[in-house]
Design a protein around this ligand. Sequence first.
Ligand code: FES
Length: 106
Amino acid sequence: MSDFYQPFEKLIPIVVMGKRLQVPENNLLLRQLQYVCPDIGTGKYCWNGECRYCEITYQVEPGGPMMTGGLACLIKARAGLRVTKLAFELRYNLSEALAAAPVAED
Ligand code: FES
């Protein structure tokens, strides 16, 4: 696997805009999303919390509080994380991956 990723042993399920994605554990969410959308690696992202192109609304787990203003470059997703809103840049980059991903059943 690429040097971009922190070491991981397995993929974990997360839900993004109602679609189920499998991403590498133990990585920042933006890097986890790069795993399913390599274009993120060549996008406009600053990767340090300044540009806000990776802003999301999310729940750490189903039924948990909705977190707004989160930055995918600063948080690590654990299994069950749900993203319900994406900044335009992320939505653009992820559009094909999300169109091809299965619908989350829960
Ligand atoms: S990539 Fe710029 S704030 Fe996250």
